[in-house]
Design a protein. Structure first.
Length: 399
């Protein structure tokens, strides 16, 4: 078990409890303003005092990132992730290569951990909660789809141990509570989903994984209050976001604007799918109009969550479930493997002759398949009766 130590601060304000790594609690007290973590800055500054010589040396050695660094332990670690990257259209050539530009934003954090013989720390905002649309999923609880993904991520860390003995650890920062009210997932479903994820991690002994979520920020506040505090401290202007999203559709747009535009389009599509559940009385046009507004708020909330995570885990390499361009500050990562781009919470696991894949529930129910239940009698996954070529998914159609 990895122990990060305990930091306890008591002062007038609000008490926050962060459960980091293997559920090791770090009590953090904040100012009355809410989520601005001044005490974390102090703790981080103290930590940096012990690392300043290492960082200075790394900066001198790295300088301009060039081909010399491709032979370092840090790059060998990142190379283990490269085959499982999610990249945007037009950057496919970077997926399986040791692209220096792709590695540049992450190399110093990895290099710093290697210099101190520490476990490489990754954070991944993901596993928010199952889609509310039962045409896509089996229910509100994690199932075989989540199990496959968690095992894949754990094994990815095991692969890193092949080139770096201390290995790696991925903190799954569940963001479902951050925007559950926007995507219309009931709070109780989010709670149960998070509890079940932890049970799976413990049951399967996935020691390279742990979880962190908004519930752990403050136990004495309501979920609505937590979201309000989060946005007051880390939320960006809606108008600024709108301008950047619209600019991303133009030819002379920046990488940030391009990414936000792609994210907005993909998020709108997913929201329309999720809210077009059986029995929905709204028209398709009305749903699309509503989801365009909701997509902006989901992105605002997600960005605020990312900003908070950057303060809580300043030394962690930032992973993302979304495709990233070459040289992005986030490392896009697949959740199942090379051949599948769907997320577990938007689909179901399907066992085929070649192994497992992910599909939307209504798609697999059109095929000859059997529903398999787990040991507790809950729906787990589907098993195809015979192979069907229609299960192939075009990755370009996924977010």
């Amino acid at each position: 078990m990895i122990n990060m130590g305990s930091i306890d601060y008591i002062k007038e304000g609000t008490c926050f409890n962060y459960s980091v790594w293997q559920r090791h609690s770090v009590g953090v007290d904040l100012s009355q303003k809410g989520l601005r973590m001044k005490v974390l800055e102090q703790a981080h500054a103290a930590n940096l005092n012990n690392q300043v010589e290492v960082h200075s040396q790394s900066n001198r050695e790295l300088g301009a990132f060039d081909l010399r660094i491709l032979k370092t332990p840090a790059t060998e670690i990142l190379k283990k992730l490269m085959p499982f990257r999610r990249v945007v259209r037009g950057h496919e050539s970077c997926r399986n290569s040791a692209c220096p530009t792709c590695m540049a934003p992450h190399i110093k954090k990895v290099q710093s951990a290697v210099a101190q013989n520490q476990v490489i720390q990754f954070v991944l905002p993901a596993f928010p909660g199952k889609s509310p649309n039962l045409a896509k999923v089996l229910g509100a609880n994690p199932d075989m789809a989540e199990r496959l993904s968690l095992q894949f991520l754990h094994e990815l860390c095991e692969q890193i141990k092949e080139v770096y003995a201390p290995g790696a650890h991925i903190i799954l920062c569940s963001d479902g509570r951050v925007f559950s009210d926007v995507v219309q997932i009931p709070e109780e479903d989010i709670t149960q989903y998070q509890i079940e994820l932890d049970k799976i991690i413990e049951e399967l002994n996935l020691t390279n994984l742990s979880t962190f979520n908004l519930d752990q920020v403050c136990e004495i506040k309501s979920f609505d209050e937590l979201r309000i505090d989060l946005m007051e401290e880390y939320g960006q202007s809606l108008e600024i976001l709108r301008r950047k999203v619209k600019a991303g559709a133009q030819e002379n747009s920046t990488d940030e604007e391009n990414e936000l535009n792609r994210l907005y389009c993909g998020m709108t599509r997913f929201l329309v799918e999720d809210l077009s559940f059986p029995g929905q009385s709204k028209s398709r046009t009305a749903i699309q109009k509503d989801c365009r507004k909701r997509a902006y708020e989901v992105i605002r909330r997600s960005n605020a969550w990312s900003a908070l995570l950057a303060e809580v885990f300043p030394q962690a390499v930032r992973l993302s479930i979304h495709p990233q361009s070459c040289g992005s500050q986030k490392f896009g990562i697949q959740l199942i493997g090379i051949e599948n781009w769907m997320t577990p919470w938007h689909g179901v696991a399907v066992k085929t002759e070649e192994g497992f894949t992910l599909m939307k529930r209504f798609e697999v129910e059109k095929l000859q398949s059997n529903l398999v239940k787990d040991s507790e009698g809950r729906p787990s996954h589907f098993e195809l009766v015979q192979h069907n070529d229609s299960i192939y998914r075009d990755p370009c159609n996924e977010l």
